[in-house]
Design a binder for this molecule. Structure first.
Ligand SMILES: Nc1ncnc2c1ncn2[C@@H]1O[C@H](COP(=O)(O)OP(=O)(O)O)[C@@H](O)[C@H]1O
Ligand SMILES: [Mg+2]
Length: 365
C-alpha cells in the first residue's frame, strides 16, 4: 500500500528572469515524485522592472515592493495551474522568490517576494526565504540544490555530477560515498541570452543553433576567462551582481570587430569550459554528468561541456527520470518538505555555513 500523499508545490524563478517554474510533488514515505509541472512567463513589464531592480536605482524600496506584489500574482497563477493535478490538499507552497541582490560577503541576499500575499491568494501555507538563514550562519546561501540532487540522483559508489544551467551555472558533485560538494560556476545562460537578445532580439539561442554556426574567438575567450571569480576557491556563489551587461561590454571593448555569431560561440564556450573546469577540479574520475535547467536544452552547450571533459557524455536529467526544466522547482518543493519536517536543507560543505540549518520561514494559510 502506498503511503498517504504528502504534496508540496515548488516555485522557482531564477536569474534568467524568464518566468516561474512550478512543480507539484509528492514526498510520501520519503520518496520523491514529481506529479505535474507548469510554467508562468513574466509579463514583459514585470520582467523589465525585475531586471532594473538588479542594480541600485531611484525609489527602489517602493518599486521592489510593487514588483513583489506582481510576482505573487504570477506565483499564484502557476499554483492555480497545478492544483487540478493534486486531488488531495497541498501541504505547502515552497517559493524561492526572485533574486535581485546576492551579496553574501556583505551578509545578505534578497529574494523579492510577498509570501503573505501568496498565502492569501492561494489559501495554502507558504514557505519562503530559503537562503537567509544559511547566510546568517556564515554561508553563501547558495547553491541550495545539492542536498536535493544527492537525495534524488545520488548513487552509492558512483561519482555523478549534476550541473544546473540556469542564468548562472552550478554543479553538485555526488562523490558516491555520501560526500557532496558544489558551487556556482559562473555564467550559465545569462550572457548568452543577453547577447542574442541584443543582436537577434530573441530570448535565447534555441538548441544552441546560432552558436553552432559561429567560431570561437580564442583571444576573446581568454579575456572572458580572466575573471577572479573563476579562480576563487569554493565555497562561492554569484549572480547578476557580477555577470551583467557592463561586465560583458568591458570584456568586449577590445574586440570590436568580432562577428556577433562568433561572440555567441565564444560565450557558449565560456559557459562550457568554466563548468568543465569546475567539475575537473572537484573530481578526477567523473563517470557521468547530468544537466538540468534550461541550458540542458542547448545541444551545442552540452556537447562542448563533454568535449571539454575529454569526451565524457553529458546527458540531461531526463535520463534519471526528471525533466531538466522540473529539477530546480522540484528541489524547492523538497526544501519546503524538509522545512516541514524540521530537517536541514543546506550542506555546510557546499555553502560554507557553520552548520546544517533548517531553511525557510512559514506564512500560514
Ligand atoms: N530550447 C532551448 N535551447 C537553448 N536554451 C534554452 C532552451 N530552453 C531554455 N533555454 C535557456 O534556459 C534559460 C532558462 O533556464 P532556467 O533553468 O529557467 O533558468 P533560471 O533558473 O535562471 O530561470 C533560458 O533563458 C534559456 O537561456
Ligand atoms: Mg527560469
Amino acid at each position: 500500500m502506498s503511503a498517504t500523499p504528502s504534496l508540496y508545490i515548488g516555485l522557482m524563478s531564477g536569474t534568467s528572469l524568464d518566468g516561474v517554474d512550478g512543480v507539484l510533488a509528492d514526498f510520501a514515505g520519503g520518496g520523491i515524485r514529481s506529479i505535474a509541472a507548469a510554467f508562468t512567463p513574466f509579463p514583459a513589464e514585470l520582467r523589465s522592472e525585475l531586471m532594473a531592480l538588479q542594480a541600485a536605482s531611484h525609489n527602489e524600496l517602493e518599486r521592489e515592493a510593487l514588483a513583489a506584489n506582481g510576482l505573487a500574482l504570477c506565483y499564484a497563477e502557476c499554483v492555480r495551474q497545478l492544483m487540478p493535478s493534486a486531488g488531495v490538499p497541498v501541504t505547502a507552497v515552497a517559493v524561492h522568490g526572485q533574486t535581485i541582490r546576492h551579496r553574501p560577503e556583505l551578509g545578505f541576499t534578497r529574494q523579492t517576494n510577498n509570501p503573505a500575499l501568496l498565502a492569501e491568494l492561494t489559501g495554502i501555507d507558504v514557505i519562503a526565504d530559503f537562503r537567509s538563514r544559511d547566510i546568517a550562519a556564515g554561508g553563501q546561501g547558495a547553491p541550495l540544490v545539492p542536498a536535493f540532487h544527492e537525495a534524488a540522483f545520488g548513487k552509492p559508489d558512483s561519482a555523478r555530477v549534476v550541473v544546473n544551467i540556469g542564468g548562472i551555472g552550478n554543479i553538485s558533485v555526488l562523490h558516491g560515498d555520501g560526500r557532496v560538494t558544489g558551487f556556482d560556476t559562473g555564467p550559465g545562460n545569462v550572457l548568452m541570452d543577453l547577447w542574442i537578445g541584443r543582436h537577434l532580439g530573441k530570448p535565447y539561442d534555441e538548441d544552441g543553433a546560432w552558436a553552432a554556426g559561429g567560431r570561437v574567438h580564442e583571444p576573446l575567450l581568454e579575456a572572458l576567462l580572466d575573471e577572479a571569480y573563476f579562480r576563487q576557491p569554493a565555497p562561492k556563489s554569484t549572480g547578476r551582481d557580477l555577470f551583467h551587461d557592463q561586465w560583458l561590454n568591458a570584456k568586449l571593448a577590445r574586440f570590436g570587430d568580432v562577428a556577433p555569431q562568433d561572440v555567441m560561440a565564444t560565450l557558449t564556450r565560456l559557459t562550457a569550459v568554466t563548468i568543465a573546469e569546475s567539475i575537473r577540479g572537484e573530481s578526477a574520475g567523473v563517470e557521468a554528468v547530468y544537466a538540468c535547467g534550461g541550458g540542458a536544452y542547448n545541444a551545442t552547450l552540452l556537447q562542448e561541456i563533454g568535449n571539454a571533459l575529454g569526451g565524457v557524455q553529458v546527458e540531461s536529467t531526463e535520463a534519471l527520470g526528471v525533466a531538466p526544466n522540473r529539477v530546480e522547482a522540484l528541489a524547492f518543493a523538497w526544501l519546503g518538505y524538509r522545512f516541514s519536517q524540521r530537517e536541514p536543507g543546506n550542506l555546510p560543505a557546499v555553502t560554507g555555513a557553520r552548520g546544517a540549518r533548517i531553511l525557510g520561514a512559514l506564512y500560514p494559510a
